[in-house]
Design a protein around this ligand. Structure first.
Ligand code: CS2
Length: 455
């Protein structure tokens, strides 16, 4: 087995022109993969300096192999590998010096982000949660000039402090997380943070930093030892950090890039004026169905998405949810029908083992984005949406099981469900959205379905 190094594959590092926060599998299968494609035909290739978010150890295997890794693309018929060479630096996010130096470089024009929905530390009103103790500690650190912050908003602002001080020019911040209006949403969180540190900094951000909205899509399960063995077999290289993904990929972006960007269109990215229609379609149909399955399909003994949709009962749940969501999508019916058919095939891909418990984490952050908007619209029309109700009921079942709840609000939510089922349902719905919790008919319907699911 050959070691994977730049010398072995004759790949010189490209100059660093982009930074990334959240060095995980999704970034490597998506934004880095698009950048790789853009570089293939460019005389100004982009190297990316990427920094870990929640998992500092993610950088270690990559550092040991000069940032190189393979993307293992799996479709129902077989596997292929693609080597990615544009990741030039793989750093621990706690390395404040390198982070600041990267963002202070005038050559760096883009900062992409994958820090998860929970990572932005938003309060119920959508702004930064200044009461979050980690956020408060980071604000105090930056006020005192200490760059050793720990939260994602803290790191972003710390980098911008350095960029401003270096007079390194404008920057595009490109959030790639499944939030609604992710550009303006992240702009708000970052600006709130900056204003708490220094009003002038917030003004500088308003005039120098562009926040781009994006819809991102590529199903990327966690890599297993078996996947590493397949990559070794196919390539002959000992790659400790391959990433597994499906053939499908989508990236839709709206916004300005005042300091330039890689030509991501080469790999099919689309620059549009408004991401909204793409965003709702993806968040509701794909992510909403994912959460529905993650919470409800374990009741039928399933542990992956593909297993669940091979079960006609679960497939029926997904179709019911899609019918509900589709009623509120301002899109051409034939386009949505095509998207649904293609999506079902993606879910059914038997070679992608996408664990339901991977999707189940952070429900309190995900459901308000992917499920609640449809349920609220259906309720406004006097309907009791079966699919949406099942997703919420499944979540209550998941919280009541209590063993694998990974959520920033886990302690509050698991305490809320420690009571009779109807009370648990009411409390959890109230925690999610006041209107839902006050809706007696909905609480009743969710309770019935939760009971059916064995909650
Ligand atoms: C999933 C997403 O874990 C989850 O919450 O719904 O990560 C999903 O796989 C991606 O958004 C697909 O683009």
């Amino acid at each position: 087995m050959k070691p994977l190094t730049r010398a072995a594959v004759a790949a010189d590092p490209a100059p660093i022109r982009a930074a990334h926060l959240g060095l995980g599998a999704f970034f490597r299968a998506h934004q880095a993969w698009y950048t790789q494609a853009a570089n293939a035909e460019s005389d100004q290739p982009t190297g990316i300096a990427a920094f870990t978010g929640r998992r500092p150890d993610a950088a270690i295997p990559l550092r040991n192999q000069d940032g190189l890794y393979h993307v293992l693309v799996r479709d129902a018929g077989g596997d292929r590998t693609e080597l990615v060479t544009c990741l030039v630096g793989a750093h621990d996010g706690a390395d404040a010096g390198t982070w600041r130096a990267t963002l202070a470089s005038p050559d760096v024009g883009v900062l992409t982000l994958t820090v998860t929905e929970a990572g932005y530390r938003r309060a119920a009103d959508g702004g930064l949660d200044l009461d979050d103790p980690d956020v408060a500690a980071d604000v105090a650190r930056l006020r005192a000039g200490d760059p050793h912050v720990t939260t994602a908003p803290g790191r972003i602002v710390s980098g911008l402090v350095a960029r401003r001080a270096a007079d390194a020019g404008p920057l595009a911040v490109v959030p790639c997380d499944n939030l609604v209006d992710n550009g303006p949403t992240v702009a708000r969180v970052v600006t709130d943070f900056a204003a708490a540190v220094d009003r002038d900094l917030a003004d500088w951000i308003a005039s120098s930093v562009s926040f781009v909205s994006t819809t991102i899509d590529r199903i990327t399960p966690a890599t297993t030892d078996d996947d590493r063995a397949v990559v070794a077999e196919l390539t002959g290289y000992a790659d400790a950090a391959p990433v597994v993904t499906e053939p499908f990929s989508e990236w839709v972006l709206a916004g300005d890039f005042p300091a330039g960007r890689p030509d991501w269109e080469r790999a099919g990215a689309r620059l549009v004026t408004d991401v909204k229609p793409f965003e709702q379609r993806k968040l509701w149909l794909l992510n909403g169905a994912h959460s529905l399955l993650a919470y409800a399909a374990p009741a039928r003994g399933h542990s992956t998405v593909a297993e669940a949709v091979a079960d006609p009962v679960c497939r029926g749940w997904v179709e019911a949810w899609w019918d509900e969501a589709t009623r509120h999508l301002p899109l051409d019916a034939a386009d949505v029908a095509r998207y649904r058919a293609e999506l079902m095939e993606r879910f059914a891909n038997p070679r992608i083992r996408h664990a339901l418990n991977q999707i189940a984490m952070d429900g309190s952050q995900k459901l308000p984005i992917r499920v609640v908007p449809v349920v609220a619209r259906e309720r406004a029309n006097g309907l009791l949406p079966e699919g949406g109700i099942r997703a919420l009921s499944g979540w209550i079942r998941h919280l009541r099981e209590g063993t694998a709840v990974r959520d920033p609000r886990a302690s509050e939510l698991t305490a809320a469900v420690d009571t009779s089922l109807p009370t648990a349902v009411r409390r959890v719905l109230l925690a999610l959205d006041a209107n839902l919790g006050e809706d007696v008919e909905l609480v009743h319907a969710v309770t019935e379905t939760a009971r059916e699911l064995g909650a």
